[in-house]
Design a protein around this ligand. Structure first.
Ligand SMILES: N[C@@H](CCC(=O)N[C@@H](CS)C(=O)NCC(=O)O)C(=O)O
Length: 202
């Protein structure tokens, strides 16, 4: 399998953490591609029409995207059980969706600053995206700590990758304020070898 990859993409990081945690890293070749909405990566065009990373090329089926589909596929392939069974399964999916929502909002703020000409940038819009991140962090801190502190699952991995990205690109906005329990949980989770090995380059 070939994983279209970027070392700074937090969505790719979800997949990489899963590969580490489930001992499947050796089954995947990493293809480093730079892709943005304004400059889609050529190698992705034929495989993944949305031209985003991650995308997973397989010898025996269509290329998979997005990160949630790839993670679910690799979890099933490795029989890892990171999506849990029963009622907890839906909690894991909701937690992963919440984490990906943090990423979507945070990435839009990044793109606003990096892609849009300076005279067209709109601070209120970026701040409104940040409001989503703040609401999501508050919800995690208030309602999800018991789940986050339980047995490892994909919801936890996604939340950790989302918080790692917010630190990486939007540290100055201070997501930890008022979220002490979440901050303490993240500090510990970030020590996992899978998280250390997949840190974005400085
Ligand atoms: N929902 C997608 C989002 C992936 C995504 O937005 N990746 C970014 C890199 S962090 C990208 O490839 N952006 C290029 C673009 O938007 O054209 C997923 O979960 O994989």
């Amino acid at each position: 399998m070939k994983l279209y990859f970027s070392p700074t993409s937090p969505y790719v990081r979800k997949v990489m953490v899963l590969l580490h945690e489930t001992d499947q890293l050796q089954d995947v070749e990493l293809l480093n591609v730079a892709t943005t909405p304004m400059s889609p990566a050529e190698p992705l065009l034929a495989k993944a029409p949305l031209t985003k990373v991650p995308a997973l090329e397989r010898p025996d089926g269509p290329t998979l995207f997005d990160s949630r589909v790839i993670c679910a596929f690799l979890d099933a392939r490795g029989q890892a059980g990171l999506y849990q069974d029963g009622a907890r399964h839906w909690d894991v999916l909701t937690l992963e969706a919440l984490a990906d929502g943090i990423l979507d909002a945070a990435l839009l703020i990044t793109y606003e600053a990096r892609m849009r000409p300076e005279d067209k940038q709109w601070d209120d819009w970026a701040d409104a995206q940040w409001d989503k991140v703040e609401r999501a962090c508050a919800a995690l801190n208030q309602r999800w700590m018991a789940h986050l502190s339980g047995q490892l699952d994909m919801g936890q991995v996604a939340v950790a990758c989302a918080l790692g990205y917010v630190d990486f690109r939007h540290d100055a906005r201070g997501w930890r304020k008022g979220n002490d329990a979440l901050a303490a949980w993240y500090e510990k989770f970030a020590e996992r070898p899978s998280m250390v090995a997949t840190q974005p380059p400085a």
